[in-house]
Write a protein that binds this ligand. Sequence first.
Ligand code: ASP
Length: 325
Amino acid sequence: MKRILLIATGGTIASQKTSVGLMPELSPETLLRHVPDAASFCQVDTAQPLNLDSTNILPEHWLLMAEVIEKHYGQYDGFVICHGTDTLAYTAAALSYLIRHTRKPIVLTGAQKPIDYEDTDARQNLLDSLRYACHGDSGVCIVFGGHVIAGTRARKTRTKSYNAFSSINFPDLAEIRDQRVVRFLPCAEQGEPEFTHTLNTNVVLLKLIPGLPVEAFSAAGKLCDGLIIESYGVGGIPDPYLKELDNLVQMGKTVVMATQVPQEGSDLSVYQVGHRLKERYQLLEPYDMTLESTVTKLMWVLGQSQDRDTIRRLFYTPINYDLLF
Ligand code: ASP
């Protein structure tokens, strides 16, 4: 029988009603008691490094989750992480960079309703995740609402419905139908896992709005080592910020030009307002990467190097299906 480590970190799935709203309180053993069928196909051990609403998840918690997996990697066939849905897509993307080439499944899941509610999606999501982890397909992924989504491609697109997550600019990897895994794409990851232990979290994401003061642009840039600008359409920068962009690049900041449009990604080469950036500043652009992946990949890249060429090479290295361009 397959051995799975269930890592509980909190979220709605483990929450209870309190007088001040839902709070994560349940232990992983209690979560497991709600899915007795799991015992028929796997043997599960548990760990609970945190118990947080995922609103409070920080990059140091991603490192902690990766550390728990690294410590136990040899002992288990797969890992299931129960997590709040709000920042689950960030954690899944971060773990995709922190644990590369994992032959073993690392599955993240959660729920829109606590596991002890009658009409909850939690029991199904947890059972599906354990089943998928036993199926043995490699890589970091999210299992939610019957969908299996690459860890770098997920976004929470619905705040209440049971199909809360979408795969952005990329198809689902698989589905779980009637307790069976129906696989659509081959597994990307093979070989020995490579764990990274450092992130540079000095990254800021700045969303442009028409008329945003230049001072705000400049302040955001000065605060960080890596600035991701969420621009419009396929990408471009409004004229008033050009001088400030010059300064930031001179200061050695890494600047990424992303887009606010959720689907289909960036292409700075199309319009003059973007083309001039590519020519002059050699800015990075995420193309079809999700914003969650862009943020966490930049933290991972800057945690490893300050050299411009290495940053560029690592940023454009496809990992766990994050980038197709
Ligand atoms: N606020 C919760 C969390 O992210 C929402 C959820 O889990 O669905 O922890």
